[in-house]
Design a binder for this molecule. Structure first.
Ligand code: UT7
Length: 331
């Protein structure tokens, strides 16, 4: 028997209306990193592409970064605060279990009573947010959704582990997603792996309190690298196929900025035309997890390498293990 429940229906399509980024103020180059760990500029650049990374300074934190990127994205979108009725913040860096970063960002920006929640999907979190916001706008459960990826990984890094300490950066990126007359966010290709939780994990907080240590990131880099350069490379191909675009219809490629060698492996398999603009933002940012893709998107638009209306493939992957990707039209 059919229920009399009413269901909502929203816009036919959604799009990214604006993007903005905010980076940690402190620039830490490889020379400085090598005063902390036993390594070399040459090794770090060869293995990852990183030249320098951005860390928060004393005046910045996870919330201030999220607010800075979100405020700029909302201003650029031109959408009045009262019309933003959804906020999703993806982060693994919130220093408090609650309230959520999403409600705090909404308060700081004066957004009146939006639906607000945090997401935990590590380096895939921003792309999870894009597809959830797209669904919210198209089902009518929200009209305009602010999606933020923000991380302060420098405070969770184990500086006695030279195999991970040089990787991470701090920053935030934000987009506003709203209705569109034409298709501008392709289907998500997303998923998770079972029995892989320990490959990248944070220490248990209660164990940290009991043992008097700060919870730190631990990563079996080799296993993640193998997974990314095999399974995730194939998923990247699936993202393009799901969008219905041919490789020559893609303008920009913005993979999660984890390692330039992973990006190279994706490019070999995707066989994209030379003209496709490829983000290498990791060089100056390090790996900023959920923030890496929106920060890289903002940088390509700011520098003029990419332009509004370009088709961009984005894909995030990381702790869980989880992944998510889609093709989007740049704002
Ligand atoms: O964002 C979430 C997703 N994360 C990722 O996608 C990260 C994926 N993993 C990676 O990007 C790479 O595994 C790393 C960049 C983290 C490490 O690169 P690798 O090529 O996998 O290095 P490795 O850990 O296998 O180490 C290779 C060698 C070892 O020496 P031997 O055993 O071959 O003599 C290490 O001891 O390099 C040595 N090594 C270093 N040498 C100089 C490890 N770390 C360093 C270092 N400086 N910092």
């Amino acid at each position: 028997m059919s229920s009399p429940i009413k269901v909502s229906q929203g816009a036919t399509y959604s799009r990214i209306l604006a993007v903005a980024g905010a980076r940690g103020n402190r620039v830490v180059d490889n020379a400085e990193m090598c005063t902390i760990i036993d390594s070399s500029d040459e090794w770090i650049q060869q293995r990852t592409g990183i030249i320098e990374r951005r860390w928060v300074d004393d005046g910045q934190n996870v919330l201030s970064l999220a607010i800075a990127a979100a405020r700029k994205a909302v201003e650029r979108s031109g959408v009045p605060a009262e019309q933003i009725d959804g906020v999703l913040v993806s982060s693994v860096s919130n220093t408090r279990r609650f309230p959520s970063l999403a409600t705090q960002v909404a308060s700081a920006l004066g957004l009146p009573n939006p639906a607000a929640a945090d997401l935990s999907a590590a380096c895939a979190g921003f792309c999870y947010g894009i597809s959830l916001a797209d669904s919210m706008v198209r089902t009518g459960s929200a009209h305009h959704v602010l999606v933020v990826g923000v991380e302060v990984l420098s405070k969770q890094t184990n500086y006695t582990d030279r195999s991970t300490a040089f990787l991470f950066g701090d920053g935030a990126g934000a987009v506003v997603i709203g209705p569109s007359d034409t298709p501008a966010i392709g289907p998500a290709v997303w998923g998770s792996e079972i029995n892989t939780a320990e490959i990248i994990h944070s220490d248990d907080f209660e164990a940290g309190i009991a043992g008097g240590f700060e919870p730190m990131i631990h990563m079996d880099g080799h296993s993640v690298f193998r997974w990314a350069t095999s399974y995730i490379v194939e998923k990247t191909v699936e993202v393009l196929e799901a969008s219905g675009l041919r490789p020559d219809q893609l303008d920009v490629f913005i993979p999660h900025q984890a390692n330039n060698r992973i990006t190279d492996a994706m490019l070999r398999r995707l066989k994209l035309p030379e003209s496709v603009v490829v983000s290498r933002d990791i060089k100056h940012m390090g790996n900023a997890s959920a923030a890496s893709i929106p920060i890289a998107m903002d940088a390509l638009l700011e520098s003029g390498e990419a332009k509004s209306g370009d088709n961009a493939l984005v894909i995030g992957f990381g702790a869980g293990l989880v992944f998510a990707g889609q093709v989007v039209v740049l704002p």
